[in-house]
Design a protein around this ligand. Structure first.
Ligand SMILES: CNc1ncnc2c1ncn2[C@@H]1O[C@H](COP(=O)(O)O)[C@@H](O)[C@H]1O
Length: 344
């Protein structure tokens, strides 16, 4: 575990509010409980539960949404999430989050993302680089890499993906894509489609996704999280996104197509096992993808990371490397090889 933590890692599939500290969520819930907005005891039992089915996960996300949709909470959670990833030696983090509106408190999708950016700027423990290198970094407040004691700070590169939630309308999805395009100079590098897989139709999001593509914004799709969505899986594969998340429930022909396509797959083993989508790691589809040398963006959880789900996925395939992270690539290969050898 110590060794795992020490290795430099690249995390490409982290949902901001899915990575919030339990302690922070409980504190926010307690505050809202005292003001009579929520029932603290109910929220506490949901947050403290460890293994959650996919359905329970989305119940939790609905609760988290109530707890976190204000600017100060979003800024705080962003700062803490960056600190947590950096403390586990993640050197490049792609953080995805769904821009939210809350008219009652004057929150727009833009101000939500501004609150995230404030969170990135407010990190003090490590040096956060979130402005792409082709943009004038004078605009960024965070250029120091030496702390007050003259010690060089650890650096973490952070980029943002804006998520479209499957509960949203086509217009809301389009608004998110336009916001992402406007914020390219502030470290937004792509669009994600996520949210409860039992909700929403592919056609609703297609115009926004096509618009993103027309403007060269990379797209990541959560795909195949439920067994009964094969038609949608087919449409997603036909769309040919830059990356696919999970890819659990595909039929044989779709599986063949996926492997042929070489679309990189983001996999989080613990998430899949905890949510019950995959029975055991031994039955996990990553083994087949790995053996066929498919580009995998894979979680380090096979060696037993302590955090439950939604954590650290590491890029495996060199051609998709986003920075000079060769050490990370080598480590990930080593880790997968170790796992497979242990099994044998
Ligand atoms: C288990 N697998 C998953 N499948 C699909 N969507 C997921 C997810 N895990 C998380 N999210 C999406 O990320 C949101 C939380 O972060 P943000 O509020 O965006 O920062 C959830 O509400 C859900 O929409």
């Amino acid at each position: 575990m110590e060794w795992c933590l020490k290795q430099p890692k690249i995390e490409l599939h982290a949902h901001l509010n899915g990575s919030a500290r339990d302690s922070t969520l409980l504190e926010l819930a307690r505050g809202l409980g005292e003001r009579g907005v929520v029932d603290f005891a109910t929220i506490e039992s949901v947050i403290r539960k460890n293994d959650r089915s996919l359905v329970e996960c989305f119940k939790l996300f609905d609760l988290i949404r109530i707890l976190t949709t204000d600017h100060a909470a979003i800024t705080r959670i962003t700062r803490e999430v960056i600190e947590d990833f950096a403390s586990e030696n993640v050197v490049y983090l792609e953080l995805r989050t769904t821009p939210k509106k809350n008219e009652a408190i004057g929150m727009s999708k833009r101000s939500y993302i501004q609150a995230v950016l404030d969170g990135l700027r407010s990190v003090d423990a490590v040096d956060v680089d979130f402005i792409p290198s082709n943009v004038n970094k004078a605009n960024s407040k965070k250029t120091l890499s030496i702390n007050d004691n003259g010690v060089t700070k650890t650096k973490i590169f952070v980029r943002l993906l804006l998520s479209i939630d499957r509960q949203e309308t086509g217009e809301a999805a389009m608004e998110t894509v336009k916001l992402a395009l406007e914020m390219k100079d502030l470290g937004v590098v792509g669009i994600d489609l996520s949210g409860n897989p039992a909700v929403g139709e592919w056609d609703t999001f297609l115009p926004a996704l096509n618009f993103a593509r027309a403007h060269e914004l990379p797209i990541v799709l959560h795909c195949g999280e439920l067994p009964d969505r094969l038609e949608e899986v087919q449409e997603m594969l036909n769309f040919y996104p830059q990356r696919i998340g999970h890819a659990i429930f595909l039929d044989d022909e779709q599986w063949r197509l996926l492997k042929l396509s070489k679309i990189p797959v983001e996999i989080c083993l613990t998430s899949n096992v905890h949510t019950g989508c995959v029975t055991t790691i031994d039955d996990h589809h990553f083994i087949d993808l790995y053996k066929s040398k498919h580009p995998l963006l894979c979680a380090p959880t096979i060696l037993g990371c302590s955090r439950p789900a939604f954590l650290a996925n590491i890029i495996l395939h060199p051609q998709h490397s986003v920075l000079e992270g060769k050490k990370c690539l080598r480590w990930e290969r080593l880790q997968l090889t170790t796992y497979l050898q242990m099994k044998e």
